[in-house]
Design a protein around this ligand. Structure first.
Ligand code: ATP
Ligand code: MG
Length: 137
């Protein structure tokens, strides 16, 4: 059993498709172990995406992530990290496989509907960034 962190990004929250995205997880063997809606501060977004600090798109990424509330959740299941990445589809929705979350709900590489941890190690760090142990059930 693995746990991974998912973020439904501001574009998808604005489009009112939180439920549709959660359904993709639940219909594909992932269980919601924790969930909350949060408005990230600039400091939160900069810290969360610190690995991308030197990338040319860092500023836009931070602006986008604080442009409205996000829904953060812990997904649990077999191979949860890889399974979530598979359900999300490629970073650029134009390259995302048909039927993936990004193919169906994302507009562009910056407004790409969801985030998912990219390794078990990062999943643990990202989960700890957002949730206390007693909130993960
Ligand atoms: P995420 O980390 O959000 O799950 P990812 O792992 O598919 O997405 P990363 O390479 O980690 O992609 O990039 C983090 C985020 O930065 C992407 O989701 C996207 O919103 C943004 N991003 C990545 N590459 C670009 C780019 N070339 N131009 C603009 N934004 C980008
Ligand atoms: Mg990433």
């Amino acid at each position: 059993m693995e746990q991974t962190l998912s973020i439904i990004k501001p574009d998808a929250v604005k489009k009112n498709v939180i439920g549709k995205i959660i359904d993709r997880f639940e219909s594909n063997g992932l269980r919601i172990a924790a969930m909350k809606k949060v408005q990230l501060s600039r400091a939160d977004a900069e810290a969360f995406y610190a690995v991308h600090k030197e990338r040319p798109f860092f500023g836009e990424l931070v602006e986008f992530m604080i442009s409205g509330p996000v829904v953060v959740s812990v997904l649990e299941g077999e191979n949860a990290v890889a399974k979530n990445r598979e359900l999300m589809g490629a970073t650029d929705p134009k390259e995302a496989a048909p039927g993936t979350i990004r193919a169906d709900f994302a507009e562009s590489i910056d407004a790409n509907a969801v985030h998912g941890s990219d390794s078990l190690e990062n999943a643990e760090k990202e989960i700890a960034f957002f949730f206390a142990r007693r909130e993960i059930l």
